[in-house]
Design a protein around this ligand. Structure first.
Ligand SMILES: [Zn+2]
Length: 101
């Protein structure tokens, strides 16, 4: 599966900006929005996004490379779309957050 870093390396300028913005949603110090991005978490959440797009049913059976590639492309499209929303929150972070902030 493609990594967020590879998406950045292979991406066009808008894709790179979207990847950077996604990283910025995961500050190393959660209280400080201007903190350095926590790329390990961002990578994990990007992988999770691809898996969600592929669907849990698809994960239970062997899938052709094309299925994965399509899901990866859709995940990149999603990052691009999210990046048009000011101050969006990472859907995986939102999903994993339990209780009040
Ligand atoms: Zn996240």
């Amino acid at each position: 599966m493609i990594t967020l870093h590879e998406v950045y390396e292979q991406g066009t300028e808008p894709v790179r900006q979207a990847v950077q913005a996604f990283g910025d949603r995961h500050p190393l110090t959660p209280a400080d929005a201007n903190a350095e991005p926590d790329w390990k978490t961002a990578e994990k959440h990007f992988t999770h996004l691809v898996e969600v797009i592929m669907g849990t049913a698809a994960l239970r059976q062997p899938h052709p490379a094309g299925t994965i590639r399509r899901a990866e492309n859709e995940a990149v499209q999603l990052l691009l779309t999210l990046n048009t929303v000011p101050n969006y929150r990472c859907p995986i972070c939102v999903k994993q957050r339990r209780g009040p902030l």
